[in-house]
Design a protein. Structure first.
Length: 133
């Protein structure tokens, strides 16, 4: 049996996804390399917004739950090939104005020594749904 300690697997990406849904920042950061980079789905640059290093990435990850306290990533599927991976998901949550967010997206990953070195997020640009009463 191959030792997967220094390799990413679809199962590890599923654990990473579960940590997002548990809003568990310490668990999330345990999947990231020391020189990690997070590129958001939206922002002022062609890559969205770029956060480099554990401290900046941690703050950016935490902001997802600040902006959408009930954020969840559902219907996830994960693929890994060598140092490259993809996670598909549907993001759901409630915006500050009470409208509902429901949109599909993907994360494209680069791995280094079994950890996530780059998380590059992409999601559909869909208007929010009306607030539920």
């Amino acid at each position: 049996m191959q030792n997967t300690e220094n390799f990413m697997t679809p199962e590890k990406l599923a654990e990473f996804s579960a940590a997002w849904n548990q809003h568990d920042i310490d668990s999330l950061m345990s999947f990231m390399s020391d020189d990690c980079v997070f590129q958001t789905a939206a922002g002022p640059d062609s890559c969205g917004a770029r956060y480099e290093g554990l401290t900046a990435v941690r703050a950016a990850f935490e902001s997802a739950w600040i902006n959408t306290p009930d954020a969840q990533w559902i219907n996830d599927r994960h693929f890994v090939h060598e140092n490259f991976g993809v996670s598909e998901w549907t993001f759901i949550g409630t915006a500050a104005d009470g409208s509902r967010i429901e949109t599909d997206g993907v994360d494209i990953f680069t791995f280094k020594d079994g950890k996530i070195q780059l998380k590059n997020a992409f999601r559909k640009n869909r208007p929010n749904l009306p607030a539920t009463k």
